[in-house]
Design a binder for this molecule. Structure first.
Ligand SMILES: [Zn+2]
Ligand SMILES: [Zn+2]
Ligand SMILES: [Zn+2]
Length: 457
């Protein structure tokens, strides 16, 4: 199965023609112009046909003359526009054409043709129906969208590849029990704008949760490809969005991309060891959590002590905990090297938050500050060096997927006390040693994460 993406944009495309926002500016500057979402399968089966679609096909050198079946998801203008049918008639194409979709969408399309057009047959579909078209098995699923009878399409090709075309929909769409998709085209309309009416579209909060649900039900696995479509200007600039989707195993295509379904994804394997650095309140914990938001479950490793008398600290821990999904488990420990060594590759990924506290507790446990004489101080130095070596060795050798958070503390004024200077130096050295054996290192500032390894994040 070959899928040509004739468009990957939402209702007003991206950039929006009448908008001057930063996202629209960036999309134009990065040369990523997105028209109405649509996909053409093997040149014969067209999914959605909004206003932009016939022109996009011409622009990408794709002919529509072989199309025998059009599958429309719903009656919104960016998915169902009958001008294409009229243009086809003007071209004198008289091969039969079947147009499928919800009744409301077909009524809107039919208005563009004379009622007695012999070549075009409109066939209304309801959710849960299965039709076979030239060897393609097409199953309709109920979308969660504010259009009467809106459908998603689950299509298995004659060569046994299976595709889910999921736009427009909120996260509550139907998923068959036997779903095993090679390719999912999943809408992500709103990006970081979460003020839209929930349940009708996806945003960057609900998109990973839908991936999590599909993974939990084995509808997708590591061999499946997931592409975000129906994108709009609520999204961060394309280069940033691409990095955020990659952390969830999803891709950001461009209009005109051709996907050979079943061929391996060009997406690099998700990084195994990621170090997330940032100052206090930089958003580093949230960035680390976001990276793992599409995982069915995550082992959260807290290095703080549960027993703390400080009410401000307790409230902060409670707020962090409330932000984490219910499917995450929490382990409170400082035995990080042991955890890294015993974790297996197929265990849920780990999120260690944070190494700053871990180092502080190690220093306390070793008695670095309380050494009474030079001999005790030397012994404490040696014990700390061995503990850090052990962690670095375990980090570099782990089979687990792991994200660890640490503070970047070197940027302020030189600490007044010797102990403060020593801690700053030890943590800076630890971060550098872990970074050297990490697959990716993110630096978070003002809530924006930036990869120090990759240019596309
Ligand atoms: Zn739409
Ligand atoms: Zn805009
Ligand atoms: Zn819609």
């Amino acid at each position: 199965m070959e899928v040509t993406l004739l468009g990957t944009g939402g209702g007003s495309g991206w950039p929006h023609p009448f908008c001057t926002c930063a996202s629209c500016y960036a999309a134009a500057a990065e040369g990523e112009i997105r028209a109405h979402s649509s996909a053409l399968i093997d040149g014969v089966l067209l999914l959605d046909c909004g206003q932009d679609v016939p022109r996009s096909a011409v622009r990408f050198g794709v002919g529509l003359e072989r199309v025998r079946h059009v599958l429309v998801t719903h009656d919104h203008h960016d998915h169902a526009n009958g001008a294409a049918l009229l243009w086809r008639r003007w071209a004198g194409v008289t091969e039969p054409l079947d147009v499928f979709g919800p009744r409301s969408a077909l009524d809107a399309l039919a208005m563009w043709l004379p009622p007695d057009d012999p070549d075009v047959v409109f066939r209304p579909l309801l959710p849960g129906e299965i039709v076979t078209l030239d060897g393609y098995v097409v199953r309709t699923l109920a979308a969660e969208h504010d259009s009467d009878g809106a459908l998603l399409y689950d299509i298995t090709s004659p060569d046994g590849r299976r595709l889910l075309y999921a736009t427009d929909t909120g996260p509550g769409f139907d998923t068959p029990d036997d779903a095993r998709y090679d390719l999912v085209l999943l809408e992500e309309s709103w990006g970081d704008n979460t003020t839209h009416a929930s349940g009708r579209h996806h945003d960057l909060t609900t998109f990973p949760l839908t991936l999590q649900r599909l993974r939990t039900h084995h509808a997708i696995d590591d061999d499946s490809r997931v592409l975000a479509i129906h994108l709009g200007h609520g999204n961060p600039r394309p280069s940033v969005l691409r990095g955020r989707l990659a952390a969830w195993g999803a891709e950001l295509p461009i209009d005109g991309d051709v996907i050979q379904v079943g061929a391996p994804s060009p997406l690099r394997a998700r990084p195994q060891r990621v170090l997330v650095l940032g100052g206090a309140r930089s958003g580093k914990s949230a960035a680390a959590e976001r990276m793992l938001a599409a995982e069915p479950s995550v082992c959260y490793v807290a290095t703080s002590s549960e027993n703390n008398d400080d009410p401000e600290w307790t409230a902060r821990i409670a707020a962090h905990r409330a932000r984490r999904p219910a499917s995450w488990t929490t382990v409170t420990t400082t035995s990080l090297a042991e955890l890294l060594r015993t974790r297996k590759a197929d265990d849920p990924p780990m999120l260690i938050d944070c190494l700053t506290l871990w180092l502080s507790r190690m220093i306390d446990d070793i008695g670095l500050w309380s050494a009474s004489d030079e001999i005790a101080a030397k012994a404490a130095d040696a014990a700390l060096a061995a503990t850090i070596d052990d962690l670095v060795e375990a980090w570099s050798a782990t089979h687990a997927r792991v994200v660890a958070v640490s503070n970047e503390v070197g940027g302020g004024i030189v600490p007044e006390h010797r102990s403060g200077r020593r801690f700053r130096d030890e943590l800076g050295a630890l971060n550098a040693r872990l970074a050297a054996v990490s697959d990716d290192v993110l630096f978070v500032t003002a809530g924006i994460s930036h990869s120090l390894h990759r240019s596309d994040h």
